[in-house]
Design a protein around this ligand. Structure first.
Ligand code: PMP
Length: 432
């Protein structure tokens, strides 16, 4: 008998971290791989933040600290949220090693086995992944290309039942970059306010809050009646190009809920390193914040424009211009059709066919034969992924590499013979 509890086999994963060995394999074959799979800004940590880390280390701030998070950072987070019109107080803020952690904590805190959890699909994979771990019922809210990857209040209302306990929102969105209009956000809030069962919570993942182009970010928690049912989450990973800092935070609706999360912190990791928390406070409070962010956002905008334009010139690719985040999400069904990917997938042996999807074959062909690392649709929610042929490309790579990546994808899209030989070569050895 396997030594594992059932739940250990029911948790999913985040594919971007799984792709490393396959990139290494492609590189071992002599390819220079352009990494368009990575979800982190390619800028160095801003000097003023790095200097504060050093200062804190020199001051010996290397011991255990308050499990909820140091007060100075919780204060800064609460101020940052109040400036956006959110009713926030430091007693309701909890600090975690990254914005990812409260996703699982929220599911463990609010949902019993059999309870329903709604989340966007395509969406950050950890929302769906954790539902298996806690034996909740996953309820994907599909984002449709024809609606600009938005969803209507009606779409949402249809999914809410008396067993709904948690609803994940993520604006700007990973992977689509979507940001709702002010009107749509108000309508979504109205449905949540009036239709969610008593006690159900909204989890607003705002990790890309600062990376917006033509639009402004607005937190749903700033709308009337939302603060009392919304958990607002963000962190330092994206805004300050600081994914390795592992600092994220959540604002909880009540002090009691913040205390439950604090106790999970105690059980799992005790506390987040105090010297990084103090540097995160500097990141939020520094007068250099706005200018540093602006430089990064301007650079992402220029790269996004080049990539979207280049992709749309490839026959069989259709790519919307995302208003936020640093990803593009092209529909590559036309390329799949031209290269025979759909037919090749349909002809796979049953067990392999159900494990993989057509666009996964294209994703691996792009990586192994053309040296471009991307992520497939199923990396952003497994349920219902088979019927859609999308890839995510991160634009957090140099402009020169992005131009080269687009050229390589254009070449790959004409390389039918290469795709056939790739399939032959990998037959019986496709773990993806
Ligand atoms: N939420 C979303 C939507 C993300 O894309 C990510 C990171 N890719 C996270 C949360 C987690 O971020 P962190 O590094 O702060 O854990």
């Amino acid at each position: 008998m396997a030594p594992y509890a059932q739940r250990a086999l029911r948790i999913g994963t985040e594919n971007t971290f799984r792709l490393g060995p396959m990139i290494a394999q492609a590189e071992a074959r002599g390819l220079r791989v352009i990494r368009c799979n990575i979800g982190e800004p390619d800028f160095p940590l801003p000097d003023h933040i790095r200097d504060e880390i050093k200062r804190q280390l020199d001051a010996g701030n290397t011991h255990y600290c308050e499990p909820q998070g140091v007060l100075s950072l919780r204060d800064a987070v609460a101020r940052h949220m109040r400036a956006q019109g959110i009713d926030a107080a430091p007693e309701r803020v909890v600090i975690f090693p990254g914005a990812k952690v409260p996703i699982g904590f929220a599911q463990q805190t609010y949902a019993n086995p059999g309870d329903e959890i709604i989340y966007p699909s395509p969406g950050f994979p950890i929302y769906e992944s954790f539902t298996g771990y806690i034996d909740a019922v996953p309820v994907p809210l599909y984002l449709r290309e024809e609606r600009g990857f938005a969803f209507t209040a009606e779409d949402l209302a249809r999914l809410i039942t008396p067993r709904t306990r948690l609803m994940f929102l993520n604006f700007p969105s990973n992977p689509t970059g979507g940001v709702p209009s002010t009107g749509d956000l108000a309508e979504i809030a109205e449905v949540l306010r009036t239709r969610l069962p008593p006690g159900a919570r909204v989890f607003s993942d705002e990790i890309y809050e600062d990376i917006v182009f033509e639009v402004a970010h607005r937190s749903i928690a700033a709308l009337p009646g939302m603060a009392e049912r919304t958990i607002v989450v963000s962190g330092v990973s994206k805004s300050y190009a600081w994914t390795g800092g592992r600092v994220g935070w959540a604002l909880l609706p009540t002090v009691e809920e913040a205390q439950l999360f604090r106790n999970l912190n105690i059980n799992y990791f005790s506390c987040v390193a105090a010297y990084t928390q103090e540097a995160a406070r500097v990141a939020l409070d520094s007068p250099l914040r706005a200018a540093t962010l602006q430089r990064m956002v301007d650079s992402f905008r220029a790269r996004r424009d080049v990539v979207v334009d280049g992709l749309n010139r490839i026959e069989g690719v259709r790519c919307a211009l995302p208003p936020g985040a640093f990803y593009v999400w092209p529909n590559v069904r036309g390329v799949c059709e031209r290269l025979g990917v759909l037919a090749a997938h349909a002809a796979l042996p049953e067990d392999e066919r159900s494990r993989t999807t057509p666009v996964t074959l294209l994703q691996m062909f792009l990586l192994m034969r053309h040296g471009v690392a991307t992520l497939d649709r199923k990396s952003f929610g497994r349920i219902g992924a088979d019927r859609e042929q999308f890839l995510r490309l991160s634009v957090a790579t140099s402009l020169a590499d992005l131009r080269e990546a687009v050229q390589r994808i254009a070449r790959a899209s004409q390389d039918g013979a290469g795709f056939e030989s790739f399939l032959r070569e990998t037959a019986g050895a496709r773990p993806w």
